[in-house]
Design a protein around this ligand. Sequence first.
Ligand code: HAS
Ligand code: CU
Length: 551
Amino acid sequence: MSTKSINTIVDRRDGKLAMAHFYVAFIALAIGGLAGLLQTLVRSGKYELPWGIGYYQVLTVHGVVLGLVLTTFFIMGFQLAAVSRTSGALTDKQRMTGWIGFWLMTIGTVMAAVMILLNEASVLYTFYAPLQAHALYYVGLTLVIVGSWIDGAALIMAYASWRKANPGKPSPLLTFMAIVNTLLWIVATIGVAATVLFQLLPWSLGLVERVDVLVSRTLFWYFGHPLVYFWLLPAYMAWYAIVPKIIGGKIFSDSLARMSFILFLLFSIPVGFHHQLMEPGIDPAWKFLQVILTFLVIIPSLMTAFSLFATFEMFGRSKGATGLFGWVKKLPWGDARFAVPFIGMLAFIPAGAGGVINASHQLNQVVHNTIWVTGHFHLTLATSVILTFFGISYWLVPHLTGRVLTKAMNKLAIIQAVIWAIGMTFMSGAMHAAGLLGAPRRSSFSTYGGSEQAAEWIPYQVAQAVGGSILFLGIILMLYIFINLAFFAPKGEQEFPVGEVADAAEKTPMVFENWKLWIGITVLLILFAYTIPFIDMIQNAPIGSKGYKFF
Ligand code: HAS
Ligand code: CU
């Protein structure tokens, strides 16, 4: 028996906590979006930054603020709201824990941001050693992570009280998914916390002179790959559990959804080497193993695609659709809550295909460190994931502020997504193409001494600036809609949609909640994939590198 009442609305006090996260996220969108525009303009070769601002400083702002800050804050806010909605209001203690997490993350963000603005930390969002930032930059990022752990603790506490009150029952799907993502995040962030606390921080404080670059990069990518699934899974939460309700259909299978999330927990982490395929110092046999594991982590995404097609088709046919693709016409194209995330899904087909290319060792030799990779993550993160986050905001923000998404805003939201898709087609398309011609990533404009090959890239860089400008227009529209929904839209009740499972689906088995089993296998896989290569690195360690500051 449940001791907490489960409402169809998020408790007002939990709503405030979630909204606090969203304010930071959308401020980050404004700052990071402006930085992105400036970068594409600089790279076109037609514009120079004023007041001595450096390209790499702006690039660091862009990556940190959008890749790390916007995402973490939005995800934590969304997960808090989703757990409160599906498992009942947080207790005072849980909510207080959430606020402590929020403030720690915010203080950390401000510290890191100040250091970047002072040009003390132009080391990009991956902060690869031997580039060395000011110690406060590392402290700031550590606080963001510790804060996110405390936010995560609030979620886990809420889940535990639901389980206690409902013995023997599977937890609500959205709560379950938020918990898997939180566990994934906690296991993954241990890697980045280790390199920051034990390597980068003592080194930037001058306590040690040298840093082992390979160890640091390995710990970073142990975290860096699951990081991308930490971004993706909240989008999948919406695709699996919310979009079916919005279209008026059913979730194809609760068990399949849970299974795919568990597979992400198992296979997200032991694959970091696919970011280090071109690096010396790692035995090719271990790279090969991690590439195989990478191909295993593609399976839950293919399961997701299958399940989405099934949901859409079942719904269309129930409305009388016939033929192979007749169901496409029955989908509610005029509803931004559906159409915007759908554009994200569509983008994920080429985006995911690009990922499979990256993961293939020989093809990685062609694309690694070229701007192709930048094109890849602007399709995955900056289109599929972010358009889904925008789509979530269109109902969640008014739900939390007691307002409604008006017809006019709904229309603007669809226009926003179309603008985004056009801008990204130019920008990401040009990045992919230029990457295949060898154009490097993480680099400012250069003619490379008048080289003929570099001249070939310039038209694509101009196309990127065109795309970047269109995208910036999209950001302004998004901020306008967000401010409207948070402060000015008419008062009313906006639904928080939660899907129901199709009648024909199998009953959900309890094995999915056997955390000892899943975390056990996760740890075993990590040990299997990383122990021997890690021992190799330490036993054959070079003397290490001094820090470099090129800014
Ligand atoms: Fe990636 C580099 C491999 C997915 C993000 N990736 C990056 C970086 C980022 C990133 C940020 O193996 C750069 C990091 C840096 O700064 O260096 N990636 C993959 C693979 C996948 C993948 C195998 N990446 C993502 C996602 C990201 C993301 C998701 C963010 C959210 N990635 C790599 C590799 C590198 C890399 C290498 C290193 C490159 C290098 O050399 O540096 C897979 O997870 C992709 C699987 C996805 C699919 C698609 C399934 C499709 C679905 C949509 C269905 C659509 C429907 C609608 C139903 C197989 C689910 C259709 C309806 C109709 C009517 C048609
Ligand atoms: Cu990866």
